[in-house]
Structures are given as C-alpha cells and as structure tokens.
Design a protein around this ligand. Structure first.
Ligand code: AR6
Length: 531
C-alpha cells in the first residue's frame, strides 16, 4: 500500500515559484490616476527617503473622513447651552495629555476616548482592556510606557498623512501606497478611536458598507481570546514606537474589480489542471512564503479581527497588523472583487487556532524588499460565500461565483512573463466558518489557477484524509487530462445528482465513478512519480 500512495502526479514544493526569486523588476514608483501614493515620490527616487506627501484632507464621500478635518465637530453639552467645537482640538488635547503622562492607566485612556466620543460614553466598555493590563505578566507589562508613545504617534496624524485618502470603493480598481510609519500612525488613531463617522452600526449610516476601524470593540467583553489579540497588537505598537528605524518600507493596497464581461466562459476553457503540491503539514504563511498567499476573507475585510473572530483571516491580520488599516478605506467586496496587499510585515508568531490560539512572541521578518521598498509578501483577500446550509453550494450559480472570485484573486497583472509570476499558496478557503465543501472548493481553486496558469501549494492544515482524497482526485483528473471546461460541465452534472439525493455524494467518489466506471486507473508515467 505504501508504494501505491507514493504514485502521484503531485509536485514537490521546491518546483513552485516564489518571489523574490521570480520577481520582475518594477517600473519606478509613480502616481497615476488609479494609484495614490502618500510619500514624496521624487525624494523617494532620489534618496529612498519616505517623507510624507503634502496635501489637504478632503471632507467628501469619496475620501476617508480624517479626524483632523476642520469640518469635523463634536457637540459639547454645557449647563446653559450646547456648543460645537472642532473635534481635533479635543482629540489632540486628550492625546497630548496622555502622551505627557509617564504612567498612563487604562482609566485615563477610557476617559480620553470618551471625551471625543461623548455619544458612546455609556455604550463602550473597557473591561477587557482593564483586565488585560491588570493580569499581564510582569515581563510583558510595558503598557503604561507604550501608551503615551502611541498617543504621541496618533496626535501626529496631520503631519504623517496631510493628504486625503481615497476610499477603495465598490466597482473600482485602484491602489493606495502608504509608508509603514504612516500605517502605524493610522492604527494608533484607530486604537484611540479617533476616526469620525465610523462607530454607528445603523444600516443607514454613512459607512455601513465599510468595516469598523476604531478599536473600541476590542476593549470590551473580556475573554482569553481577547487577551491573546491584545498581546499581539500591543507587541506591534511596542515595536513601532521603539524601533521606528525598522519601519523603512511601503505597503500597497490594491482593490481589483473584474467586469462580468471579462470573466472567463468556464464552459469553454481548454486548460488542464496546473501543478499541485499538497500537504497536511505546515500552513500558508510559512511554507508558502514568497507565493501569493490567500486570505480566507470576509467581504468586510479583516472580518472579526477587532471583535471576537479568531480564524485564518483574523490571525493573519493580528500577525501582520498593517493589514488592519485596509478596513479604513476598503468598501465591502463585491462578488467580482478582491484586495491585494503587497509588502506588509509580520510582527508576531502564533500557535494554536481559534479557541486555542496564543500569541507566541515577536517575529523577526527578514524577507527582502522590492524596488519600492515593500517586503516581498503578497496577500490576496478573497471572500468565499457563507453557506448556512451545506446543500446551498451545490448549484452552478454559486459555483460560478466562487470560480470568478478565485479568478479575480489569482489573475496576475497584465504583461508579466509567466516565469515571473509566483505560484499560489492556499488551503480550505471558505470551508471553516463559511461551511463550504473542501473538495469542491479545492477543485474550484484549481480550476481558477489553471485558467491563469499558476501552480498551487495546498495546505490541508493537519487534515490527513483530505490530503489523501485531494491527491487521488487530482491524480484522476490529471491522468484523464480533464480540462477546466469539462470539469465545469461535470460539476453541473454533480449538482443535478446532489439535488436528487438526501445527503450529498462525496465529490471525489462521484468523479471517480463518473470518469472511471470500471475503476481502470491509468498509471502516471514514471517520470512524474514522486520518489
Ligand atoms: N494555513 C492553511 N490553512 C488554514 C490556515 C492557515 N494558516 N488557517 C486555517 N486554515 P476559515 P472561511 C484552514 O474558517 O471558512 C473569518 O472570520 C482551517 O482548516 O478561517 O473562508 C473571515 O473574516 C480552516 O478550517 O475560512 C470570514 O468571516 C479553513 O482553513 C470567515 O472567517 C478555513 O478557514 C471566512 O471563513
């Protein structure tokens, strides 16, 4: 039986392409109609300095409403009458007070935040933050010294980012490039809940179609999970306020939207499946370093990272907190959209998962940078459909939606020679919190990867039987030279059959019975066997 198991068309990990080895030299960094850059590009080109680009905030529906905009007011209730004051006056007063304290307490922070968010005085709880600081072990108890530094960083927002940040809105393909220090400053503001108009949960609220960004939701409802989240985030702030010299790079956030008419006609795709490396050991972010790493996203980017969620996307965002800033400007992703993030830094390591998740200490990120001083890390956020009932997914409408979503995330930039395109590191996308069928979703991702001619490293995350089943399914399809178009047609038949049965037939079994009714497995050629 051992000999049998070894016969597979699957490839080895070292056969797959990664950056920086397969990196193609970039054009010089430059603004364009669809790319907003927040540093002075000329200076960057001449001396690699990351000086903020001058500009003005804009109080407009297409831009992030900044807390220091002169149009941003708060109402102060007095004994006799109410007055309106410019909100930044109050915010910077509070932040400057905190910055001057040598030992800021959580009570000081709570008081400060509520001063400029008076509406939430009775609604926001800080019990988790209080418990966190109280219970922190001695060696980690640097909070009272880091908080004033964070307040100072936050109050410098008008200097770090004077220019208006465009929102990455639905239906647009556009990018934003920020320096890592600018991101740290924005996140410090998120921590102190300074962003205006971002707190209402009302479906009619101005930003109802955007994720939340202010950190208030992290501060209430104490749990062990919250503790681990706060450890990771405080470690990030501790690092950025102490070792700013290490934050010498840029990060790009790119929203991509593909119009329906530019989506593939799946039925007529002639491509066969790409190379596949599959393993139950390891995970996307470690063994997949240098490949395009898939974020199993929520359509509200970052999902529950600022609340109670703690699965793949949230963990990724906690290990790489710069990703969290995407919540500030990324509107809910549509079915034909995704978000790429290039250059984010990993600050922490972790162990466990979900309820057993633990922050495992600092991570030294020593991957090299590209010509734009971005770390060679590429992440793509694609949100699968959330199936309340497993059965809902066996339907060609849903399958086509998932194929198009994966295609949008996997499609490389135009005009890059294929030798310079890294392969894809993924796994059971949509099959945890979102209840998808791991075999169907793996096939969908392989079909989308085939269409864009990228190979796949697939991590089943300790699931040994899934590894085996996917390997067998893949071997069958490769041995039969099954095209994407043919698979699409087969999936149509599979859905039809599944609709007629009370419990879904296993996809890999059904494919085997359909493609090989006599179970005549053709043997792979000796040259493709893994020794
Ligand atoms: N590498 C490889 N596989 C992993 C990793 C990893 N690092 N982490 C988890 N898995 P899930 P979804 C496997 O549930 O179903 C979030 O709240 C693991 O087997 O995170 O697409 C988002 O914000 C896990 O069961 O993805 C969304 O709201 C499976 O991948 C929602 O969850 C799926 O991970 C998305 O849920």
């Amino acid at each position: 039986a051992r000999g049998e198991e070894k016969r597979s068309y699957c490839c080895c990990l070292r056969e797959l392409k990664r950056v920086p080895k397969c990196h193609v030299e970039l054009e010089p960094l430059a603004f364009s109609r669809t790319h907003t850059i927040f540093i002075d590009v000329n200076e960057f080109r001449e001396s690699r300095k990351l000086r903020p680009q001058p500009g003005q905030p804009v109080w407009h529906k297409d831009f992030v409403k900044m807390p220091f905009s002169p149009e941003c007011h708060i109402r102060k209730t007095g004994f006799v009458s109410n007055t309106e004051v410019v909100r930044w006056q109050e915010v910077s007063k509070q932040l400057d007070n905190l910055a001057r304290k040598t030992n800021a307490s959580v009570a000081d922070i709570e008081k400060a935040i509520k001063k400029y968010n008076p509406k939430y005085e009775d609604q926001w709880s800080f019990d988790a933050l209080h418990a966190f600081v109280q219970k922190a072990p001695k060696e980690e108890n640097y909070y009272s010294s880091v908080l004033p530094k964070m307040a100072k960083l936050a109050s410098n927002l008008p200097n770090w980012i004077p220019k208006a940040i465009p929102l990455l809105q639905k239906g647009q393909s556009r990018s934003i490039t920020l320096s890592q220090m600018q991101i740290a400053c924005l996140l410090a503001n998120a921590f102190f809940c300074t962003f205006p108009h971002r707190n209402s949960q009302n479906p009619r609220a101005e930003y109802h179609n955007y994720p939340t960004i202010n950190f208030n939701s992290l501060f209430g409802v104490w749990s062990e999970k919250k503790r681990e989240k706060l450890r990771a985030l405080f470690h990030y702030f501790h690092t950025v306020t102490n070792q700013a010299t290490h934050l010498q790079g840029l990060v790009t956030f790119e929203r991509r939207c593909i119009r329906d008419k530019d989506m593939p006609n799946w039925m007529s795709c002639k491509e066969t499946l790409p190379k596949l490396y599959i393993t139950s050991k390891g995970c996307i972010e470690e063994e997949g370093t240098g490949m395009l790493q898939v974020d199993f996203a929520n359509n509200m980017i970052g999902g529950g990272v600022l609340g109670s969620g703690l699965v793949q996307e949230e963990i990724l965002f906690l290990m790489n907190p710069e990703l969290i800033v995407s919540r500030l400007f990324t509107e809910r992703l549509g079915d034909n959209e995704c978000l790429f993030i290039k250059g984010s830094q990993q600050f922490s390591g972790y162990c466990g998962y979900s309820d057993t998740f633990e922050w495992a200490g600092p991570h030294r990120d020593d991957i090299p940078r590209d010509e734009w001083m971005r770390l060679h890390r590429q992440i793509v956020a694609i949100d699968a459909l959330h199936f309340r009932q497993m059965r809902e997914q066996y339907n060609m409408g849903q399958i086509t939606r998932e194929l198009n979503k994966a295609y949008c995330g996997f499609k490389p930039d135009d005009n890059i020679p294929s030798d310079y395109i890294p392969d894809i590191a993924t796994g059971s996308w949509g099959c945890g919190a979102f209840n998808g069928d791991p075999k169907l979703k793996a096939l969908i991702q392989l079909m989308a990867a085939a269409k864009v001619q990228r190979n796949v490293a697939f991590f089943t995350f300790n699931n040994v039987s899934l590894e085996k089943d996917l390997k067998n399914m893949y071997d069958l399809l490769v041995s039969q030279k099954t095209t994407v178009g043919k698979l699409y047609e087969l999936l149509g038949d599979y859905c039809a059959v599944t609709r007629l049965t009370s419990s879904p037939v296993d996809l890999s079994v059904w494919l085997r019975n359909t493609l090989e009714p006599r179970s005549q497995l053709s043997k792979p050629p000796a040259s493709r066997l893994i020794k």
